[in-house]
Design a protein around this ligand. Structure first.
Ligand SMILES: [Zn+2]
Length: 220
């Protein structure tokens, strides 16, 4: 444990700078003009996984944006953890509400402000650095796989197909996802189920103003 902490403290600045570099890539999956940025972000994720000590890391093409897979297998008889994350981000609009550029990260009061810093680049990068820490301190106790997709923010239209056709590759004893809710900033929370997303949009059309009398009449 102390070795982990020492390694993290010694490399803290580099870890942070690498994350900031990742945040500078405008990997907006919903906008076709960012197609090249999506690929360069996937390539950056692959490179960081290899640098962290993954045995292999590869970019898989899909019908949409590419997905990055990486793994560090230490012993097939040991359990395997599969880390899921996504490198794509939401469009940054409305731009006028940003105090700094969405892809120009700034740190204020110990918090990083940039699109994707807490959804989900910050979280999955934490796992990449955890892998590096364990590899460098020789303390891997499980096998680790990474599945970092590029289409979460557009509903993951190609993830199901990828999972169905790569069952052996993704085989794991548990899946670790850091892309969910926390009760509060000072209350670490573990979500034990994810059921997807559902929403409704209600569009109401009517006069732009009406009097109380008018309201009453409408009700009667
Ligand atoms: Zn997310």
């Amino acid at each position: 444990m102390q070795a982990w902490k020492d390694y993290q403290n010694e490399n803290k600045d580099r870890f942070l700078n690498e994350l900031l570099d990742l945040l500078r890539i405008p990997s907006v999956s919903a906008r076709s003009e960012h197609k090249a940025d999506m690929l360069s972000c996937a390539e950056a994720v692959k490179a960081r996984l290899l640098e962290a000590g993954a045995d292999k890391a590869e970019i898989y093409e899909t019908d949409g944006h590419p997905l990055v897979y990486g793994e560090k297998m230490v012993d097939p008889s040991k359990p395997t953890v599969l880390v899921y994350g996504h490198y794509d981000v939401q469009p940054p609009d409305p731009l006028e509400l940003w105090k700094s550029g969405p892809f120009d990260p700034v740190i204020i009061d110990g918090k990083i402000f940039a699109r994707g810093s807490c959804d989900d680049k910050g979280q999955f990068y934490m796992h990449v650095k955890a892998l590096e820490t364990m590899v460098k301190t020789n303390s891997m106790t499980t096998n680790i796989k990474f599945c970092i997709e590029g289409e979460e923010e557009v509903g993951s239209p190609n993830l199901g197909k990828f999972v169905a056709s790569h069952k052996e590759l993704l085989k794991a004893d548990c899946i670790l996802i850091s892309d969910s809710a926390m009760i509060s900033l000072d209350t670490p929370s573990i979500d034990i189920g994810v059921r997807g997303l559902s929403y409704i949009e209600v569009e109401v059309t009517g006069p732009n103003r009406f009097t109380q009398r008018c309201l009453w009449r409408r009700c009667s």
